[in-house]
Design a protein around this ligand. Structure first.
Ligand code: HEC
Ligand code: HEC
Length: 358
């Protein structure tokens, strides 16, 4: 049963290592294209992909990653220049040490206003087809300026931000190098942020290392994996990404207030559905759920076992299966936590290529 997993993760890892090596290139090369769309992407090593039932690199064909582009995106991600009063950066709410989420239930915007949703983790984004809890952003590029304009987040007008960037010799040079443009525009601002977000990848947890045959997991960790499997958690937290990139109503409330994806698609069949988060790095990304209502894994498990509102409209049928299983005993819960801890990727949270460059 491990074989399939092993194969998948090995391929994923090799693909990722192409990405990871990106910024180890010398500091001033001409733009180096390391991935450029198509079904294979990557640096052309198709042998990695042809045997794969698993994600291969997905880089937009019209925005190939370059050393200069990613470097620019990283600076923008951490620069407060993007917010209305220049007090907040993307990185203020997406902290590397929390797998790029923020340890709070709701994030504070520049005016101290709280949003209504929990900040999401940022990694392995290239394998998602929609973004935000309610899937309202169809691409990272489309998303890039949305937090800037969001009145309870960075609350700036993109036009004003562009004026600031165009007045900055530092950014003029960086945009020139990355995209060969003299006037910074919204499209290239978005493309630079997209490039950096695409590089945030996570595939080096103990579980990944186990799948690559680099170490053995403990018995407790393995038992925890089996438990979650039997419980049916991997029905939605599936594939090596540990999410299905779909949206579900998990029955958090019988009568939810937040329409979720339904507000995006205007389809009542999507009401109350939210994008499945990955279980990767879940032990460092509390609080949990779109509204951050749970602060511990115990609360989450207790919810699935006892409190899920199975009769909430559009509640997923898979939930019923989860709720039907026996409750975890305390020792099984300890095993599950051991397994979930094995999904924490130290490299993601310590990788200097992802850190604040200022
Ligand atoms: C004030 C805090 C805050 C700031 C600043 C912020 N974000 Fe977010 N981010 C959030 C929250 C909250 C969500 C979830 C919002 C939702 O679903 O409605 C989110 C979601 C995201 C997602 C979606 C991830 C996914 O898996 O769907 C991405 C990508 C993202 N933010 C990138 C950025 C970028 C890039 C910036 C800077 C331009 C930024 N964020 C600035 C709080 C913030
Ligand atoms: C029907 C699909 C489905 C099943 C089955 C499922 N989940 Fe989830 N899970 C989701 C969705 C969707 C969310 C986000 C829900 C929300 O915020 O409204 C979620 C959220 C979570 C979170 C919070 C993660 C975060 O970053 O906020 C954890 C932890 C979690 N699930 C663990 C589990 C465990 C453990 C099981 C098995 C007992 C399980 N899930 C079964 C779909 C599912």
């Amino acid at each position: 049963m491990w074989n399939k997993h092993r194969i998948f993760l090995v391929i994923g890892c090799l693909c990722l290592s192409v990405l990871m090596s990106l910024s180890s290139c010398s500091p001033d090369p001409p733009p180096v294209v390391i991935g450029s769309g198509g079904s294979n992407g990557g640096d052309g090593d198709t042998t990695l992909i042809s045997v794969s039932e698993l994600p291969s690199l997905r880089i937009p064909a019209d925005n190939p990653l370059t050393v200069a582009g990613v470097d620019l995106g990283r600076h923008l991600f951490y620069d407060k220049i993007l917010s209305g009063d220049q007090t907040q950066a993307c990185g203020s709410c997406h902290l590397q040490k929390f797998a790029f989420s923020d340890g709070n239930k709701f994030s504070k915007g520049i005016r101290g206003d709280l949003g209504t949703r929990n900040a999401m983790v940022l990694f392995n984004l290239m394998w998602s087809d929609s973004f935000f809890w309610d899937s309202r952003a169809p691409s990272l590029r489309a998303l890039a300026t949305m937090p800037i304009e969001n009145p309870v987040e960075m609350d700036a007008r993109v036009e004003d931000v562009l004026v600031r960037l165009n007045n900055s010799a530092f950014y003029k040079e960086k945009f020139k190098k990355a995209f060969n443009i003299d006037v910074i525009d919204k499209e290239h601002l978005s493309m630079a942020i997209e490039q950096f977000l695409l590089t945030l990848t996570s595939d080096n947890s103990r579980f990944d290392q186990f799948n690559r045959g680099e170490l053995e997991l403990t018995d407790a960790e393995l038992r925890g994996f089996e438990k979650l499997k039997v419980k049916g958690c991997f029905a939605c937290h599936s594939t090596s990404l540990m999410h299905d990139d779909l949206s579900h109503n998990t029955g958090l409330d019988k009568f939810p207030q937040d329409l979720g994806k339904g507000a995006t698609t205007m389809k009542s069949t999507d009401d109350y559905k939210f994008k499945t988060p990955s279980l990767r790095n879940v032990m460092i990304s509390s609080p949990y759920m779109h509204d951050g209502r749970f602060s511990t894994i115990e609360e989450v498990i207790n919810f699935y076992e006892v409190d899920a509102n199975l009769t909430s409209r559009n509640a997923s049928a898979d939930l019923l299966q989860v709720a039907k299983r026996n409750r975890l005993t305390p020792s099984e819960l300890a095993d599950v936590k051991a397994f979930l801890n094995a999904l924490t990727d130290q490299k993601l949270i310590t990788n200097s290529k992802y850190s604040d460059p200022f």
